[in-house]
Design a protein around this ligand. Structure first.
Ligand SMILES: C[S@@+](CC[C@H](N)C(=O)[O-])C[C@H]1O[C@@H](n2cnc3c(N)ncnc32)[C@H](O)[C@@H]1O
Ligand code: SF4
Length: 477
């Protein structure tokens, strides 16, 4: 009875978000059909044109301090999760993994050659996937050996790995964790996704709750900074079973808890199975209102237990716990290099994206060419948009940084947009910075998209109401 009362009170408290949704849809901020588009890069990576590596690097020089945030991608997984839109190879595929690691090593050398350097001075490191730990211990050791050899880690602040739970459990999992530790890895993001058995089954995850909990325990025991990720708005989830998941999550003593709203339509080239699944069983999908309430309920539970939003979507007890890789790239706008299939590089005014096709990846590298196939060199206006969108979405826009990056004062551009967003209580402005309010943080993607060029707004003009916050209105800087 007590549990029921608590659930009811949490749900009641979250209901105010439905009124916000209606108001902001009428204003044109949120599109009428209610779908969303994650603002991760600007312009969105689906909107780039073909580019050669010569074009990408023409006129680019390494920053004065020589530092980069470094990413490596390893696209192999045990099996396909229903929600996942990443191109990955499934199953053991040991020979292919060796071939891939050969190519990755070579790619790093070609890249360093391009930049005219013989080691990469790393500010932070992230290895992701796929499941970058889904390698034998020998393969993992081999990868870390050639990877770390090519990095200068003397001033590196953080070495992250994005992993799934299965590779961190049992005696082999513990050995893997020890091995990574010995190479300097100090933070793990573990894709827990849910702590409800039925939801995990519906996701086709290759682990249950028991394995998920064991992976967290092992990572904590070995002294890693631990971030765990969850998806909400998933078929079969209800407000009640989601509350139980988050209440369980806050009891685990992890440093960071990260929330993702389920994205059904792909935002890359590969469409994951989730779209088909929701077409077959549409009634299992929570409504938009329920999904937003799930987010608010989770925020309330997290806050009650001392977890507050730090970097966007990530809730921590201590301010010092966050992904340096994400902070450096999205808030500080520092240069970043990426290696591997689908990896990207963000280099001041330019962005290059590697191919998503395994054969093209291998063949480019065999010819001594970088596997970049799409990208953009932003003009001055797009650079201004990028320098506001990423920091605003993820933390806040420091006016001095905006001016340093663009050469323009933020007090002189985007004034109509800024005033409109202020009038709806979505952002606040001081002499030093612009940041999202609580309401703005809740709808951070849509607020960030206010600053998109009309050619890069995720949904067509008529998908939004004709209010003051229609993203196509007042779109000139
Ligand atoms: C790059 S993915 C890799 C995760 C890792 N391979 C795993 O399975 O645990 C990072 C996170 O994005 C989230 N994610 C992936 N696909 C998603 C989708 N379609 N909608 C919402 N979140 C998603 C998941 O929480 C996932 O853990
Ligand atoms: S969610 Fe992670 S484990 Fe699942 S298929 Fe995608 S990358 Fe692989």
């Amino acid at each position: 009875m007590l549990v029921r009362n608590r659930e009811e009170s949490l749900i009641k408290k979250a209901e105010s978000r439905i009124a916000d949704l209606t108001q902001l849809q009428d204003a044109g901020l949120i599109c009428k059909h209610g779908d969303f588009f994650p603002s991760v890069h600007y312009p969105p990576i689906t909107m780039y044109s073909p580019i050669t590596d010569e074009e990408l690097f023409s006129g680019y020089t390494v920053a004065e301090d020589g530092l980069f945030d470094v990413y490596a991608h390893i696209p192999f997984c045990l099996s396909r999760c229903i929600f996942c839109h990443y191109p990955v190879q499934l199953g053991e595929k040991s020979a292919e993994k060796d071939q891939y690691l050969d190519a990755l090593e070579k790619e790093m050398d070609i890249y360093m050659d391009r930049l005219g350097i013989d080691q990469i001075k790393a500010r932070s490191v992230l290895v992701g996937g796929g499941t970058p730990t889904y390698l034998t211990l020998n393969q993992l050791n081999r990868f870390l050996d050639f990877f770390v050899q090519r990095l200068d880690l003397s001033t590196c602040q953080q070495f992250n790995y994005d992993v799934d739970p299965v590779t961190l459990i049992g005696s082999e999992g513990i050995e893997r964790l020890r091995l990574m530790k010995s190479w300097g890895v100090n933070r793990l993001t573990i894709g827990i996704q849910s702590l409800n058995e039925d939801t995990l089954k519906k996701m086709n995850r290759h682990h249950g709750v028991k394995e998920a909990l064991a992976s967290i325990e092992n990572a904590k025991e070995l002294g890693y900074q631990v971030n765990i990720e969850f998806i909400f708005g998933y078929p079969g989830q209800t407000l009640e079973n989601w509350i139980q998941v988050i209440e369980h999550a806050v009891s685990l003593g992890v440093d960071e808890i990260q929330l993702y709203r389920l994205k059904i339509e792909a935002y890359g080239d590969y469409q994951g199975p989730i779209k088909r699944v929701t077409e077959i069983r549409p009634d299992e999908l929570p409504t938009l209102e329920e999904t937003l309430m799930m987010k608010q309920v989770a925020i309330n539970i997290l806050n009650e237990h001392g977890y507050y939003e730090n970097l966007r979507r990530v809730f921590t007890k201590e301010r010092k716990h966050y992904s340096h890789y994400a902070h450096n790239q999205c808030c500080m706008l520092y240069d970043q290099v990426g290696f591997g299939l689908t990896a990207f590089s963000s280099l001041r005014d330019r962005f290059g994206l590697n191919t998503q096709d395994f054969q093209e990846y291998y063949s480019n590298i065999a010819q001594g060419k970088l596997p970049v196939n799409r990208g953009i060199i932003r003009n001055r206006e797009e650079q201004m948009r990028w320098a506001i969108i990423l920091p605003l979405k993820n933390r806040s826009v420091w006016k001095s940084q905006f001016e340093r990056v663009t050469g323009v004062s933020l007090n002189q551009v985007f004034r109509d947009k800024i005033e409109a967003l202020k009038s709806y209580g979505l952002i606040v402005e001081t002499d030093q910075e612009i940041e999202l309010t609580e309401l703005g943080k809740f709808f951070a993607d849509e607020v960030a998209q206010q600053f998109h060029h009309p050619d890069h707004i995720p949904f067509p003009r008529d998908a939004y109401a004709q209010g003051l916050l229609n993203p196509y209105a007042h779109s000139n800087p």
